[in-house]
Write a protein that binds this ligand. Structure first.
Ligand SMILES: Cc1cc2nc3c(=O)[nH]c(=O)nc-3n(C[C@H](O)[C@H](O)[C@H](O)COP(=O)(O)O)c2cc1C
Length: 199
């Protein structure tokens, strides 16, 4: 009895992990998670391996009226970077921030550190994004991790989002209620990726 209960729990856990898929941001609408649910999701997200316990990440919440304000700022920067980007590109950028009820910017904090390599701290911050996707799906939401130029443009990152010079944007994670069933894509064949090392 105990064994079969344990088996059922294992199956549920693996099913949740194995069914993760992104929902395109344009299909994410309200409602998003409430405060308690968001904090519950973040509790999962911060449970990452973290060499040296540096906690090399933080979050910025973009919700409510901040969404349109951020879209406006991003559009202004796009027009400086690419004056001829075109209406379709502009509309995609605007809806990236205005459609989903919640966007979390996941920021890597990479201050000088003589012991833990920067790559390892960046890896921890990237793991946060994955766990956030998992937690969002477990709570019944859809989510997608995005980067694009806004993740690498220092004037946008520092001037608009307020990042410090030693911080990076690992990505924005859009979270909301999926309007359509998320599309599945072909996944890598794990057996084809596995090799035995021989001395
Ligand atoms: C670091 C990173 C950045 C990404 N940036 C974008 C992006 O800017 N635009 C996009 O369409 N997908 C982006 N993706 C891909 C999506 O997040 C997602 O993985 C993809 O839609 C496939 O869905 P899946 O998660 O179900 O495999 C990015 C993924 C990663 C890991």
């Amino acid at each position: 009895m105990a064994t079969s209960r344990k088996h059922a729990a294992t199956m549920l856990t693996l099913q949740a992990l194995d069914s993760r898929r992104s929902v395109p941001t344009r299909q994410l609408t309200s409602p998003g998670p409430d405060e308690a649910t968001l904090l519950r999701m973040l509790r999962t997200a911060v449970r990452v391996p973290d060499h040296g316990k540096r906690v090399p990440f933080r979050f910025l919440r973009i919700a409510g009226t901040a969404r349109a304000a951020l879209a406006d700022a991003a559009l202004a920067r796009l027009r400086q970077r690419e004056p001829d980007a075109g209406a379709a590109v502009e509309e995609k950028l605007r809806t990236r921030f205005t459609l989903p009820p919640l966007t979390l910017a996941v920021i890597a904090r990479l201050e000088p550190d003589t012991k833990i390599p920067e790559a390892e701290r960046r890896a921890s911050a990237a793991c946060v994004c994955l766990l956030l996707l998992q937690a969002a799906q477990a709570e019944g939401f859809g989510a997608q991790w995005l980067t694009g130029w806004p993740a690498y443009d220092r004037p946008f990152l520092e001037g608009t989002l307020g990042l410090a010079p030693d911080e990076e944007l690992v990505g924005t994670v859009a979270i909301g209620t999926p309007q359509l069933a998320a599309p599945e894509r072909e996944r890598p064949d794990p057996a084809a990726l596995l090799a035995d090392w021989h001395p």
